[in-house]
Design a protein. Structure first.
Length: 263
């Protein structure tokens, strides 16, 4: 039986370095996932509240005889929610290694920023609470909205799993899939071969292919993240533009005419 090759000190150092790099990348991925989930748990209830307020704004737009004070208060409340969401998303992007609690401690936010309403200054919250209490006192029926309500955290919907399509004969494989197939073929060859030299060569090739595959996956994740943040930026810009246009039309100023000018 042929004698197996022993690892040289250089090979051992390379393997130890590769192992250390894999462990470091694993820890970074885990931390990124935890931070992303914590920010999502903070922002998701805020987006639900914003969607409810937007429904009220749409209702007031269809009902011209609605209470002007209630309409203006709800519009200002929606603008506040949009501004807060933009700020939280910006902080999540700029300080990607920070959790919401760490950011709250740095910014001096009360209650460690556990709820999205904690990120709004107390005097602003008090003003809106007093305004809605005034609306509730003057309503003829029903109950006014309770701003900054701390309800039970809604269940965040799970993202649907991506179902891989069955490969067809004419389908073009991506570079990541091509590397996957090459590594699988090399694994099968390593099980069949009895040549220790060939086994060692296959092992080194698989390590190099796995490193290349990890780099391609990182690049793909960066492209997807950039596209997602661009779409969210455009979405928030459209929301702010719609709110601004409604305010300008309500006060008798056309959207394309600056304030302070008259025809």
């Amino acid at each position: 039986m042929p004698k197996l090759l022993t690892h040289t000190p250089m090979q051992q150092r390379v393997e130890e370095h590769a192992k250390t790099q894999r462990n470091t990348m694993r820890k970074v991925k885990i931390k990124d996932t935890v931070c992303r989930n914590l920010w999502r748990e903070l922002v998701y209830p805020l987006r639900r509240e914003r969607a409810k307020v937007q429904t009220s704004i749409d209702y007031y737009a269809r009902k011209p005889d609605a209470d002007p004070y209630q309409r203006d208060t709800t519009t200002a409340y929606l603008a506040l929610l949009v501004k807060l969401e933009d700020k939280l998303v910006a902080w999540q992007t700029l300080y990607e290694n920070h959790t919401p609690k760490q950011m709250a401690l740095e910014k001096g936010v009360a209650n460690h920023g556990a709820h999205w309403s904690d990120w709004i200054p107390a005097h602003i919250r008090d003003n809106f609470v007093a305004a809605y209490q005034n609306i509730d006192a003057n309503r003829k029926g029903g109950r006014a909205r309770t701003p900054f309500e701390r309800t039970a955290a809604p269940k965040i919907p799970k993202r649907p799993r991506r179902v891989s399509k069955a490969p067809s004969e004419t389908a073009c494989l991506t570079p990541i899939e091509q590397l996957r197939d090459r590594m699988k073929a090399l694994d099968d060859e390593a099980l069949r071969t009895t040549d220790p030299h060939r086994k060692e060569e296959i092992r080194r090739t698989i390590i190099a292919l796995r490193t290349e595959q990890d780099e391609l996956r990182k690049e793909r994740s960066r492209r997807r993240a950039a596209a997602y943040y661009l779409a969210m930026k455009e979405k928030h810009a459209n929301i702010r533009r719609q709110v601004r246009e409604k305010l300008e039309v309500r006060h008798g100023v056309p959207p394309n005419q600056p304030h302070g000018e008259s025809k």
